[in-house]
Design a protein around this ligand. Sequence first.
Ligand code: TK8
Length: 334
Amino acid sequence: MRKNLIINLSLALLLVLTFTVSTMAAEYTINAGIGLNDKSAQYKSLEFFKELVEKNSDGQIEVNLYHSSQLGDDREMMEALQMGVQEMTCPSTAPIAPFVNGFKVFDLPFLFPTHEAADYVLDGPVGQDLLKQLEDVGIVGLAFWENGYRQLTNSVRPVETPEDVKGLKIRTMENPMHLAAWKEMGANPTPMAFGELFSAMQQGVVDGQENPWGTIYLQNFFEVQDYTTNTGHVYSPFVLMISKQFYDKLPSDLQDVVYEAAQKAKDHNRRTNRAMNAEYLEKLKDVMNVTILTPEQKAAFQEAVQPVYDQFKDEIGADLVEEVQAQVKEFQAQ
Ligand code: TK8
């Protein structure tokens, strides 16, 4: 009888303790916002990141996720991190350039010939040094995730050559390299926040845009765009970043939890993103007019945008551009 009483009391105490721990308000809250929707590889990797951080911090940190530009566009969210009113976001490198100039190097057209070459440079000294430079503007760059190779879509005509781009109103990210590249081909580029893009295409404010296959499919761009071409003109990295004000407040063990989760989620993100981009190209073939360029046709685009290197090499920093190109060659020689 006495033994049962002790067992029951112990069980009741365990239940109360479990409930208390689970409902105990987390000591730290991370609000993380992105522009893509909750079907994206980026969001799935953030869910993976959230699970790791909440588990490995024993609930001391809770992570809330906001997709589809609910917290603002990429620039606004980076400014919110600087002010300490939002904790995390994950923009492409293109809108980071106005904050840290060196990030322009990653939006040079046809810079990375393969995903693996991009990984080698981004995870190497050049990429890690640029992440470190974010700290000078109040942001901690945790890891390079992947947006992917950017592909052109438009609602006017099939595009097989740079000449086919002439006169097309193309939305670009807010970055001078992207504007310059489309101007070189005779297009009429306009910078625009991602959140405004779908309605701008729907209303004919722009004829086209460029993003990886997964974004084109999962954001339903095929509903307002008829043609797409595998230009692959830029490899777009994402940067998973956290407010320095917030990160510096974390005890070092929780900083390690966040940092390690970002690295594990980086691997998850690259794997997931590559699989999804390949999968959604096949699905787009059922709903869009897809042009797959021959190597010669793709070389014509590469040649058409080559002047962008001369235009921007000094602005980016010639040493940085040459270092990245050297590292790509080093990787390919392995
Ligand atoms: C989403 C954007 C998007 C980017 C763009 O927030 O702006 O076209 O490719 O992924 O960061």
